[in-house]
Ligand binder design. Structure first.
Ligand SMILES: [Zn+2]
Length: 347
């Protein structure tokens, strides 16, 4: 196992004042590379203590100046209600700016995952990240294809039905809503029988199947509650809206409010390729059932149609699902090299 250099923690603020955090591991002169986690997790998903080599150790071992972002969707940050538009406009530009300030680098690379990737690409497509020189997009970017049964589509009605003033959903125990959490656990246990972990079953209910069980080692599966936590409901609603639209759209505030904010009754689309003319590598787990592999296939094809074949690559990660690409017991052998090699060309 690679021993990591001491972490350097940088607290700073998004452009609208939300607290953010960057954690730096100085692995060498390559990069700097920004890692962006998904929703309802934190940057710890890239550095599980239960793996022989986690993704951060892998990058450090190969000489990368590695920066982990905790954006407003992080379980380490205060819970707020926000749309991904808010985070795209305010968090991602502030994070890149902070990295450039601290390193003096003219540009950065990024590895972005799931809702973090969706948000990062919304910022990129809006022209807010001109200092990003290459991206590895994990599982999803501008297009979202979810399985027909995915609860994310119907999940939005659960809190309304229960009407208990819930502001978030969590796979772990929730001291503020113990009765709801017990009922949620019982429901999830009844629906999902693949293991004996209620935390795991609640995760499946919230996000669809996040990993192939056989890919996780026993300790990682037993300690899932350390990685996952509360996800606010507005973010869930926004992800559900995008899943229904099939691509990245602004949050639907309702006709009147959309008109007031954006001058049109429907939410705006982010499908503008002009600012996405940079090297992008897409990776999808072959068995991903959170976002189907066609999600990255569509974004890759759309960009190739706009800017030609040369800049865009895509890899299907054989035998992998969604999060096991980072959390899998043998990911260091199977998936990390694919993502790292994509960075090497522009390191
Ligand atoms: Zn499980």
């Amino acid at each position: 196992m690679v021993s990591l250099p001491s972490p350097e923690r940088h607290d700073f603020f998004a452009d609208d004042g939300s607290p953010l955090q960057l954690t730096r591991y100085r692995g060498g002169a390559k990069g700097p590379v920004l890692l962006v986690h998904g929703a309802g997790v934190w940057s710890g998903m890239f550095m599980l203590p239960t793996l022989e080599e986690n993704f951060v150790q892998h990058l450090v071992r190969h000489g990368y100046d590695t920066w982990l972002l905790d954006w407003r969707a992080s379980t380490e940050m205060p819970l707020t209600q926000f749309s991904l538009d808010d985070a795209a406009a305010n968090d991602m530009p502030a994070a890149v700016k902070k990295m450039r300030q601290m390193t003096g680098a003219p540009s950065v690379q990024a590895v972005v995952h799931c809702a973090g990737s969706v948000t990062f690409f919304m910022a990129l497509a809006s022209g807010l990240l001109p200092d990003v020189r290459a991206v590895v997009a994990s599982q999803v970017a501008m297009h979202q294809d979810v399985p027909p049964v995915t609860q994310i589509k119907s999940l939005m009605r659960v809190p309304e039905l229960l009407d208990i003033g819930l502001d978030s959903l969590s796979p772990t125990e929730d001291a503020q809503h113990p009765l709801f959490q017990a009922a949620f656990g019982a429901l999830a246990n009844a629906l999902h029988l693949e293991c004996d972990s209620t935390v795991c079953h609640r995760l499946t209910f919230m996000y669809g199947h996040l990993f192939q069980h056989a890919r996780l080692n026993r300790e990682t599966h037993a300690r899932l509650d350390e990685q996952f936590g509360r996800c606010n409901l507005q973010t869930f609603r926004h992800l559900a809206q995008m899943a229904r639209a099939g691509h990245s759209v602004g949050y639907d505030h309702g006709r009147a409010e959309n008109l007031r904010r954006h001058g049109q009754t429907t939410p705006r689309t982010y499908l503008h390729p002009e600012h996405l003319r940079l090297p992008i590598t897409f990776v999808s787990g072959e068995h991903n059932r959170t976002y189907l592999p066609t999600s990255t296939e569509r974004t890759c094809a759309w960009l190739r149609a706009a800017h030609g074949e040369g800049l865009y690559q895509r890899h299907l990660l054989e035998g992998y699902g969604h999060l096991d690409t980072f959390m899998g017991a043998t990911a260091a052998r199977d998936t990390y090299p694919v993502m790292r090699e994509a960075l090497e060309a522009t390191a």
